[in-house]
Write a protein of this length. Structure first.
Length: 111
C-alpha cells in the first residue's frame, strides 16, 4: 500500500514537472509568435510603401540574433526577467526607428 502511495506521489511530481516544462515551452512559443507578428506588421508596411524588404529582413535577423544572445547572457548571469523586458523594449524601439528611417528614405527618394 505504501509503495503504491509513493509511486502515486512520484507520478504526481512528474506530472507537475511536465506541466512546468510545458508552460516554459508555451511561453517560448508565445514570445516567438509575438516577434513574428511584429515582423508581419513591418512587412505589411514595407509592401505598402515599397521599401526594400531584404534590408529590413537582414536588420531584423541581426536584431533577433543580438537579442537572443543578450537574453542568453542575461539568463546565464542573473536570470532577472525585468532586465530582459527592458532590453526587449529597447530593441523594439530601435526596430521601429529603423523602419521609420527606411520609410523616410524611400519617401525622399521618390520626391
Amino acid at each position: 500500500m505504501e509503495q503504491k502511495l509513493d509511486k502515486l506521489t512520484d507520478n504526481i511530481s512528474d506530472i507537475k514537472s511536465l506541466i512546468h516544462s510545458f508552460n516554459k515551452t508555451l511561453e517560448n512559443i508565445e514570445n516567438r509568435l509575438s516577434r513574428l507578428e511584429q515582423m508581419d506588421r513591418i512587412e505589411h508596411r514595407v509592401e505598402v510603401n515599397q521599401i526594400d524588404l531584404s534590408d529590413i529582413k537582414e536588420s531584423l535577423q541581426r536584431i533577433e540574433d543580438v537579442q537572443s544572445n543578450v537574453i542568453k547572457e542575461i539568463k546565464k548571469n542573473s536570470g532577472n526577467a525585468e532586465e530582459v523586458k527592458h532590453i526587449n523594449r529597447r530593441l523594439d524601439s530601435h526596430l521601429i526607428k529603423l523602419a521609420k528611417a527606411e520609410e523616410e528614405i524611400i519617401i525622399l527618394k521618390n520626391k
